[in-house]
Ligand binder design. Structure first.
Ligand code: NAD
Length: 290
């Protein structure tokens, strides 16, 4: 099987490498000059896709995905798989799927959770929207790049699952950080706070697996000066996508909306850009009640 891989950045690079390491012929294309071990880099997207059985994209956003899709779909083989792993808005995912199908190509939207570490280790989780035929066709690739792939239903549902998950994550991280800040001000030490909450009803992935307080709980970006991990910028992107999705179906999402506004201020007006999304904790430490 030949795989064409477009978008060889922080995530795409290691994902492509893992596929090549597993024995697939992987041909890569990126607009930047990139090098990926065992992957043959070609100079056009056409060259990347035209003889490939599967085309994988890992791109920054929906606009770029749509422009790449418009360039490549006409050159892809009839019956080949178009596996988009980028995080994009639900509407872009659905429109790319529709065009792909009209050319006899099998589309999958399969955004991931697990970050750069998961991409490198091949332990990503894929949330996948597609027909069952496509899911079965890509299964061996999910097994190499990830530890779990969940079929979520039709095209667009992978992105829907991703925005819902990350809306919970953003709101939960904010809640965890503000609670630590309140505990500090009430004179409760952080270790006691962690010991109680991590084993009580306030527990969450943000507290238990990714604790935003340095030196407390498991090792996390907080212990590495809030170097991402998962950046506040990417969290903002995903929260914006969640609110675009919510608006499109008239869903009331006040917590997601507030989390989005907090991360927007943090990234654009405070010093949050480039920091891990758990750096909300030092941000709350500095603030007093409005
Ligand atoms: P990145 O910016 O490191 O990589 C994107 C790559 O796409 C870059 O190398 C860029 O040059 C390339 N690119 C841009 N336009 C292109 C075009 N027209 N044709 C070909 N290549 C093009 O970003 P990343 O961190 O690898 O993230 C990729 C996607 O994965 C995003 O949608 C992001 O939201 C999602 N994601 C990232 C993480 C993470 O922790 N980084 C976690 C989960 C999901």
């Amino acid at each position: 099987m030949r795989i064409g891989f477009i978008g060889l950045g922080n995530m795409g690079g290691p994902m492509a490498h893992n596929l090549a390491k597993a024995g697939f012929e992987v041909v890569g294309f990126d607009t930047q000059e990139v090098k990926v071990d065992q992957v043959k880099i070609v100079s056009t997207s056409k060259e990347c896709v035209s003889n490939s059985d599967v085309v994988i994209t890992m791109l920054p956003n929906g606009e770029i995905l749509k422009s790449v899709a418009n360039k490549i779909i006409q050159h892809m083989r009839h019956g080949s798989i178009f596996l988009d792993c980028s995080t994009v808005d639900v509407e872009s995912a659905k429109s790319v799927a529709e065009i792909s199908e009209s050319y006899g190509i099998i589309p999958l939207d399969a955004p991931v959770s697990g970050g750069i570490g998961g991409a490198e280790a091949g332990t990503l989780t894929f949330m996948v929207g597609c027909q069952m035929e496509g899911f079965n066709g890509a299964k061996k690739l999910f097994d190499i790049m990830g530890q779990k792939a969940v079929h979520c239903g039709n095209s667009g549902n992978g992105q829907s699952a991703k925005v819902c998950n990350n809306m919970i994550l953003g709101a939960t991280m904010v809640a965890t950080c503000e609670a630590f800040s309140l505990a500090d001000k009430l004179g409760l030490d952080r270790q006691s706070m962690f010991d109680v909450v991590s084993t009580s009803s306030g527990y969450s992935w943000s507290m238990n697996a990714y604790c935003p307080a340095p030196g407390i709980g498991p090792n996390s970006p907080a212990d590495n000066n809030y170097i991402p991990g998962f950046s506040s910028d990417l969290m903002l992107k995903d929260l914006i996508l969640s609110q675009i999705a919510a608006e499109s179906v008239d869903a009331d999402t006040p917590m997601g909306n507030l989390a989005m506004k907090l991360y927007k201020t943090f990234v654009e007006e405070e010093d949050g850009s480039g920091k891990d999304f758990s750096a909300m904790l030092p941000r709350f430490e500095k603030k007093s009640r409005d």
